[in-house]
Design a binder for this molecule. Structure first.
Ligand SMILES: Nc1nc2c(ncn2[C@@H]2O[C@H](COP(=O)(O)OP(=O)(O)OP(=O)(O)O)[C@@H](O)[C@H]2O)c(=O)[nH]1
Ligand SMILES: [Mg+2]
Length: 276
C-alpha cells in the first residue's frame, strides 16, 4: 500500500472536529480521486458530505453532468472550476443547504478534504474571496490545516491531501506525488502513457508531436524533440518521464475519464452509503 499514515491521522481528526465535509475530486478522474475511506469515516462520524468536482475547465460539460448524476445517487454533488471561478454560486448554495441542518448559533465548520492536488486550497481561496492559503502544482503542498473564515456563518478548513493507492504507478496516475519524489519515474510514466493512450490514442502526438505508439518510443521521441540527450546520444529517460508526469499533473495532457470507464453504466445499483 502506498500512503502517508501521518496525514491520514491528521485528516481524520480534522473531520471529526468539523460539521460537514467537502470532498474535492479532480474532474479528469472523479471516481479515481474519490477517497472512499474518508467518505466512510465521515459518515461514521455523522458528517454530511458534499462532493465537489473541481477543475471542470478541463472536461466537457456533458461529461461533468454525467458524473454529477451518478455521484448524486450517493451525495450532493457540484462541479466547479476554482481556476476559472465557475460554479461558485452553486457551491455556496449547496453548502448553505447542507449547513442549515446544523441548528446552532456558531458558524458552521466545513472541512475541505480529498486527494492531493485536486484544488482544495484553491477552493478555500475562492470561498474566502481572496488569496489566503498557498496553492501549488506540487501534490502534497499543504502540510498543515488552516481554518479560514469565509463568511459570517461559514468557516472552511484547508487540509493536507490524503490518498491510499496500491503502488506508485497508481499514485502517479492519480496525481498524488510530486515528480521529484517518484522513485521510478520511467516505470510510472510508461504505465501512465499506456492508460492515457487507451483512452485517447493520439494524445501524445497532439501534445508533443510524436507519432510513435509504444510508450518507451514515445518517451525517447519526446526526449529527442526536447533535446534531452546525453553526450553519448542517449535520451535522458528519467528527465523525460518527469516532464510527462508533470504535464499530466498540470492538465497539459488533455485526457479525462467518464462514468462508463468505471463501468458505472452497467452497474445495476450504485452502492448507496447515505443520501444527504
Ligand atoms: N485547470 C485547473 N487547475 C486548477 C483548478 N483549481 C486548482 N488548480 C490547480 O491545481 C493545482 C493544485 O491546486 P491546490 O489548490 O494547491 O490543490 P490542493 O488540493 O490544495 O493540493 P494539496 O495541498 O497538495 O493537497 C494548482 O496548480 C492549481 O492552480 C481548476 O479549477 N482548474
Ligand atoms: Mg492544498
Amino acid at each position: 500500500m502506498f500512503f502517508e499514515r501521518r496525514k491520514w491521522v491528521q485528516v481524520k481528526k480534522l473531520i471529526s472536529e468539523a460539521d460537514l465535509v467537502l470532498e474535492v475530486v479532480d474532474a479528469r478522474n472523479p471516481e479515481g480521486t474519490r477517497n472512499k475511506e474518508i467518505e466512510k469515516y465521515a459518515l461514521k462520524s455523522g458528517k454530511n458530505i458534499v462532493i465537489v468536482i473541481n477543475k471542470s475547465d478541463l472536461v466537457p460539460r456533458s461529461v461533468l453532468e454525467q458524473w454529477r448524476r451518478v455521484f448524486s445517487k450517493e451525495f450532493l454533488t457540484v462541479y466547479i472550476s476554482a481556476r476559472e471561478r465557475l460554479g461558485t454560486k452553486k457551491l455556496w448554495f449547496i453548502i448553505k443547504k447542507v449547513a442549515k441542518e446544523k441548528i446552532s448559533n456558531k458558524p458552521v465548520k466545513a472541512a475541505v478534504v480529498g486527494y492531493p492536488n485536486t484544488g482544495k486550497s484553491a477552493i478555500i481561496n475562492i470561498l474566502k474571496g481572496k488569496h489566503s492559503v498557498g496553492t501549488s502544482p506540487k501534490p502534497g503542498f499543504t502540510k498543515k490545516s488552516t481554518l479560514i473564515k469565509a463568511s459570517t456563518w461559514l468557516k472552511v478548513l484547508d487540509t493536507p491531501g490524503v490518498y491510499r493507492e496500491k503502488n506508485e504507478v497508481e499514485a502517479v496516475f492519480k496525481g498524488c506525488i510530486e515528480p521529484e519524489k517518484i522513485t521510478d519515474p520511467v516505470v510510472s510514466a510508461i504505465e501512465l502513457i499506456k492508460k492515457l493512450m487507451k483512452k485517447k490514442g493520439k494524445v501524445f502526438e497532439e501534445v508533443y508531436g510524436v507519432k510513435e505508439k509504444e510508450p518507451l518510443k514515445i518517451l525517447k521521441g519526446i526526449g529527442k524533440i526536447r533535446g534531452l540527450v546525453s553526450g553519448r546520444g542517449e535520451v535522458k529517460l528519467g528527465e523525460v518521464a518527469k516532464i510527462v508526469i508533470r504535464d499530466w499533473l498540470k492538465g497539459k495532457i488533455k485526457v479525462y475519464f467518464e462514468p462508463r470507464d468505471y463501468n458505472y453504466l452497467n452497474r445495476e445499483k450504485i452502492p448507496t452509503l447515505r443520501r444527504n
